[in-house]
Design a protein around this ligand. Sequence first.
Ligand SMILES: [Zn+2]
Length: 329
Amino acid sequence: MTGTRAPPRIQSEVETFIEYPVYVGELGGGRPAIQVERERVRFSIAKSPTPRRLATRHNFEQPDSVYAPKMPVDAALFDFAKTIESDQPWPRPACPSCQTGYVGFSSPTEDESHASVSARDHFAFEPEWISGTFVIRGKCENPECQQAVYGTGDYHVGLSQKSNRDDEFERQGPPYSKYYTVTHLHPPMWLMPIPQSAPDEVREAVMRASRVLFADPGLAATALRATVERFLTSQGISATRHNGQFRNVHERIKEWRDADPDRPQVADLFFAVKWLGNAGTHEDSDLTTIEVLDGARVLDEAFHRLFLGPDIDAHARTINAAKGPSRQP
Ligand SMILES: [Zn+2]
């Protein structure tokens, strides 16, 4: 901290949980055995969190620590964004409820569309004409959670891309597979993890983007940009001019950036999310879910630089207050 910078102003007191890795021994090959401890803490959210790059984020090998998330943006969501071929394993996303278990899905149940069924009588019928909708049921594998998750979407039949031939069309000649495209998951999977000390309005905005991630990627990108706007509002960057006119995001990010010499790097990440949101808002937007997930990666990096510092500071305060590890009796 330089001598010229004012201490952050206090916004509010928050009670929450923090998780941190604790060294409990050694595994084979000199690898540390680390256990995640969870504890309830009270801390203050600074009105002007100072962006900082956290060396600690990448230092822990322990995958369950909040300091080193399993994946910044869940890799399973990238798999869900692609078309899934029949008999291929379904992605196992992190549970949206407990966020420690994974959701395992059973095989899809299909409903062939009426038009598709009618076309089967056509003299030129090909299996590739078959299409309809499907549902999948999933459950969190964490026995303490067991959150149910439902998915739905469209399927069609196409030439198989996998080598093993074992489907109902085999006897008809060329190998065919069903191809599933997910359009909704409920409850929605978190588009990106939210640091504990992020303001509630930021958390809500990410949830809004998560709800439409597969159904309308353009809208999801717009909602992701709104997440940046909510953050700027929480930072006291006004959404309107003196005459009541709305200010554009670009102008607001610049105002936020110019208020602190440490901010330009994070501001660049915000600008990227803004451009993506602008592309998504366009009437003829052809933004894909994968592109939105890539945008979420950028925003996730910005939030880590902004919010993880306060989380770690809070933990340091509990250690300092207890003059040692702070443990529940
Ligand atoms: Zn769960």
